[in-house]
Design a protein around this ligand. Structure first.
Ligand code: ADP
Ligand code: MG
Length: 243
């Protein structure tokens, strides 16, 4: 359903993504792991066109794009198929939880305010935060803020949600409630591409774990195989440090 071919990204003279091939099936939960500085965030950001790729093709629903030559309208269309959850939540500080969830529907999808607010109330219920509809981010815990960040991605009804280390900024006490919400989405077979260092989450939830190093996919497979019988010495070395 999503097919990425030969994705390349450079920053100056440095090749950060060196020909990434990745297919994601509908309903699939993929966890991306690897050392820091290896290009995991850049991969997600390229998929959402937050970065301009230097090469590659992307097939996404009805779209088949040369990533170096995509037009503005093609990029906008492709963006509607993906939603992004940021490490630092990236909520609007001057908007309530409800408004944060509704904002994209109003601005990007051009929904009328009342309809967007109705959807946002449904989402707040699903993320267990109906009582916080009118709360501003500063009055919410880190866990609650990130649940709103996930709620905003859910509201977009994108084919795939991209999570970039969604629990890395959280105090330890809030990590579980965010992971629980992500597990709920996984049970509903929301297609997800998740960069995380939460190995227990990867083991329990992922259909496939992708290990990246140096801008390349080194090895991938079901968690039962990748964690227990990694084939590449780089994978073994990384797993020894984090497991
Ligand atoms: P990861 O998420 O795996 O830690 P990143 O994708 O953030 O890795 O970064 C990969 C490499 O690209 C790093 O060396 C980083 O310094 C570099 N990089 C990321 N973003 C930029 C940028 N906007 N400008 C220059 N270099 C960048
Ligand atoms: Mg990163």
């Amino acid at each position: 359903m999503i097919k990425l071919e030969r994705l390349t990204k450079r920053f100056g003279d440095t090749t950060v993504l060196d020909g990434i091939d990745l297919e994601i099936q509908q309903g699939e939960i993929i966890v991306v792991i690897g050392p820091s500085g290896t290009g995991k965030s850049t991969l997600l950001r390229c998929l959402n066109f937050l970065e301009q790729p230097d090469g590659g093709r992307l097939t996404l629903g009805p779209l088949n794009l040369d990533l170096t030559q995509a037009s503005k309208s093609e990029i906008l269309a492709a963006r509607r198929h993906t939603a992004f959850v940021f490490q630092n939540y990236a909520l609007f500080a001057n908007k309530t939880a409800l408004e944060n969830i509704a904002e994209g529907l109003i601005v990007v999808n051009r929904w009328p305010r009342a309809k967007a607010h109705q959807r946002a109330r449904e989402i707040l219920e699903r993320i267990g935060m109906s009582d916080k509809a009118n709360a501003y981010p500063a009055s919410l815990s880190g866990g609650q803020q990130q649940r709103v960040g996930i709620g905003r991605a859910m509201a977009a009804q994108a084919e795939v949600i991209l999570f970039d280390e969604p629990t890395s900024s959280l105090d330890p006490e809030w990590v579980d409630e965010v992971l629980a919400l992500m597990k709920q989405l996984a049970r509903e077979r929301q297609t997800m591409l998740v960069v995380t260092h939460e190995m227990a989450f990867a083991r329990d939830v992922a259909d496939r774990v992708v290990f990246m190093e140096g801008g390349r996919i080194v090895e991938q497979g079901p968690p039962s195989e990748l964690f227990h019988a990694p084939q590449d010495p780089r994978t073994r070395d990384f797993l020894r440090k984090v497991l």
